[in-house]
Every structure is written in C-alpha cells, then in structure tokens.
Design a protein around this ligand. Structure first.
Ligand code: ADE
Ligand code: ZN
Length: 326
C-alpha cells in the first residue's frame, strides 16, 4: 500500500483546526459576493499569491481580513461543511474545531449566528459521514482578559454546545498569565481547557499554560525542545501536543519540514499529534501534513501509527466513543 493510502486508512482525529483557517479563497470570494462584502484582494489568484508569510502576525493580519466574508448562519455552515468533506476524505473520524467568536462579534455578527451555523454542520457531518466533532471556543490573546470575560458571558446560554476553550492569536507579549482568572472560571464551568503555547513564544509560556491555566493539551508546543526539564515533564505527564508541521514551516518557526523537531519530540516520549491548523492558508489538510512530514522526517509506519493513535487518545471523548477507533 502506498504511503498516502496507508495514512488515509489510519483512523485519526484532528485536534488543532481553526475553522476560520479552512476558508479557501474560492469560498471567500463566493461569500463576499453573496454578502456584498469588499475584500482586500481582487481575485482568488491574487489572494493565494498573498499567502507568503514572515511570521505568525503577518498571517493573522490576512486571516482576520478574510474572515470578514463570513456574516450569516449559512456562511458558517458552508465553511464548516467544506471542512468536513475534506476531513472525511482524509480519514478523519473525529474533529475538534476551534472557532474565534471575537473575530465575528467585533463586526456585529451575533455569537449565536456563528455557533448555530457551525453546530448545524457538525450534526450534518455526523449524519452524512459518521464524523463526530466538538466545538472549542478560542479567546483572542491580543485582546484583554475583560474582553474574554464578555465573550464567555455571551457563550453562557450555549455551553451545552461548547466543549472547551482555547487561547490563540498573537502569542509574543501575550502570555498565558494574562488569562488566569478567565480560565479558572472556564474550569469551574466544566469546560475543557487548551492553549496555544510555544509556537513563537518561549518555553516558559508552555509552563504557564500548564501551571496557571491548567490546560489539558498544548497547541503547538514545539519550542518545548529548548527546555530539557520541560521536555521531561511533558513526557512524564503525557501532555498531548497538537503539532502542525506545515503551519510551522509557513510561519517560519522552522526553515523547512526537514528541520522540524516533531521526530525529536516523539523520540523523547511526548504525546505528539499531527494537525493542520489553518489548512486553507498553509498548503495542506491533515493527510497532507502526515504525508509530507512522514517523507521529510522519514517516519516509520510504526511512528505514523503512534501519531494517529495519540490523536485518538488525546481527543475529548469518553471511552465508549473512543473504543471503536482503537
Ligand atoms: N489563529 C489561527 N491560527 C493560529 C496559530 N497558528 N497561532 C495562533 N493563533 C492562530
Ligand atoms: Zn492554531
């Protein structure tokens, strides 16, 4: 069996996926026309050509600009459904979708509009493909903790449909310690907690996310490799890392996939998973992340099975839901 067929057949989950980051330029333009929204680019081709990033912030500036095309419940449904079609084709059995409500509520889109559209797609994906899913609300860390609390307030009537919270956007200068009270409140509410840490930010941000926010998984976490004590801790505690190899290359965390430290982390005994982050912007969905990483780092089939199995074990599901995948 060739590598791609082998990887497609492996049951896997996707645990680090920003649904706004799956907005392909074709859909962005279709929605912008439908909603009479102006975009900063003249064509699909010009948009794709703009996807050359120097760092996380240069990507985020475009990503927030593109999200302006999303206004109505149907738009969020169409966005998420397009993702599920691709995830199903890639052999994803379960997906945990990040969404950034502040990106939309700041433009006057109601919180419920975003959630209703995404949730309807989650139900449709389950009915059509048998894919299970969860929604994880991400707070934008470049905004204040107070703004995060206001967003949580808007989420309160909908908590039955929201499984957890995360922390994303510009990492440097916005440490996890900025959100201690917000995450404490989220834990009291019974929400699962994750946070981006150690993507561009230092290993100390990973330690803060674990000790201050008490997160259950670290999103990215690749800079943990700079701190031997932290590496040892992450291995001992089996904290899942949701690593996104193609993203890391596009945002210049590593100069090339051949220099990515995923295998080093795996060899150190960490619970590493492979994910796509913002696949419309970074050149590949989850299967492509597995395939290119496998080739660049010469991963064995046993290592690839380990990565996929880690993703099943790290999902926020109960044992009964997980059992059929194992
Ligand atoms: N929002 C979307 N993708 C992100 C990433 N890779 N890091 C931080 N925030 C993000
Ligand atoms: Zn991310």
């Amino acid at each position: 069996m060739d590598l791609e067929q082998y990887l497609r057949a492996l049951p896997k989950t996707e645990l680090h996926l920003h649904i706004e980051g799956t907005l392909e330029p074709e859909l962005m333009f279709a929605l912008a026309a439908r909603n009479r929204v102006a975009l900063p680019w003249r064509s699909v081709e010009e948009t794709r050509a703009a996807y050359a990033f120097d760092d996380l912030q240069s990507f985020l500036d475009l990503y927030y600009a593109g999200a302006a095309a999303l206004l109505h419940e149907q738009d969020f449904f169409d966005l998420a459904m397009a993702y599920f079609v691709r995830a199903h084709a890639d052999g994803v059995v379960h997906a945990e979708l990040f969404f950034d409500p502040q990106t939309h509520t700041a433009r006057g889109v109601a919180f419920a509009t975003v959630l209703d559209g995404l949730e309807r797609a989650c139900r449709e994906a389950h009915a059509r493909y048998g894919i299970s899913s969860r929604l994880i609300l991400c707070f934008l860390r470049h905004l204040s903790e107070e703004d995060g609390f206001a967003t949580l307030e808007q989420a309160l009537p909908h908590l039955a449909r929201i499984h957890g919270v995360g922390l994303d956007s510009s990492e440097r200068g916005h440490p996890p310690s900025k959100f201690v009270r917000l995450f404490a409140r989220c834990r009291e509410l019974g929400l699962h907690c994750v946070a981006h840490a150690g993507e561009e930010g230092p290993p100390a941000y990973i330690v803060e996310a674990l000790d201050l926010l008490k997160v259950e998984r670290i999103d990215h976490g690749v800079r943990a490799a700079e701190d031997p004590a932290l590496l040892e801790r992450l291995a001992r505690e089996q904290v899942p890392l949701t690593v996104c190899p193609l993203s890391n290359v596009k945002l210049r965390v590593f100069p090339a996939l051949q220099q990515h430290n995923l295998k080093i982390l795996l060899d150190a005994g960490l619970k590493v998973t492979i994910n796509s982050d913002d696949p419309a912007y970074f050149g590949g969905y989850v299967l492509e992340n597995y395939r290119q990483t496998a080739e660049a780092l010469q991963l064995s089939r046993a290592e690839l099975r380990r990565l996929a199995r880690n993703s099943l074990e790290a999902a926020f599901v109960g044992d009964a839901e997980r059992a059929p995948w194992l």
